[in-house]
Ligand binder design. Sequence first.
Ligand SMILES: [Zn+2]
Length: 291
Amino acid sequence: MDYGLEDFVTRKSQNLDLLEYVRCDCPVCHKKNTFSITMTIFGVLYHCFHTNCDTKGIIKGNIKSRGRLIKDTLNKNTIPKIQEVLDMSNFDFNSINTVKSVLIKYNVYFVRDKACIAVDVKENRIVFFTWDRGGGKALSGIGRLLTGFPEYGVPKWKKYYTTEVYPIVFNCKSNYRGNPLYTKTCVITEDVFSALRVAKHHDAAAILGTSMTDFQIEYLHSLGFENIVISLDKDAQTSAIKLSETLSPYFKRVLTLPIDNDIKDMNGNEYSKYITSITKIRRKLHATGNN
Ligand SMILES: [Zn+2]
């Protein structure tokens, strides 16, 4: 960290309230009005927009919010405590045959961590969970109806908590939910089935849409990811570019990987090409110490 730069950013951000920003000349490349400083719950983010300047970073701590001071908000303790406790007795974690036949429809033939999937026997849904780091408690769950023809008014997807929606993160290395060994790179997909397919080879997170809340970004960050590869469905490429702009100050590298076909619909050939390109990206990042 360049302390001159830190001083500059700290001075400029002094009067900013949460989510306010200022634009000014870049103290590094000295280009006019290319430097942006934003006050966020993560810390003070700064970023130069000039193509030839990669000055960006975050100063944690001393975050001002509505006049009060929040220190080092970016740590695990900022993840809200879950108020609800889900009655797990409704979930069957052993009905792998039911689950298998559903997953195959979405070209998912391999699941490393079966503990992240269950069947809600009462509601007839396949449910995907996000666990806490110890693996003892489900933080959130989202479930899809198993039947093709739902009754009128019954939603296809159901959120199992009323609290913030966590991204559903699948780990590509360990097969026990409580002890995930995340790589430094996470592939972001829209839906759970695409993320699950990717997770055979790479860590993947389903963001359940085409944009992310501050909360979701903070959660991914708390898992230690440094690089993000965005792979939204083909009809969402504008959103993908927007999302990469939102994420780029928070992570070391944010890349978008354009795809011709939704991941869950790719045939074997398309899919292996896609996975190979991510492997190449990770290898390149690894060569620079950032895999
Ligand atoms: Zn600059």
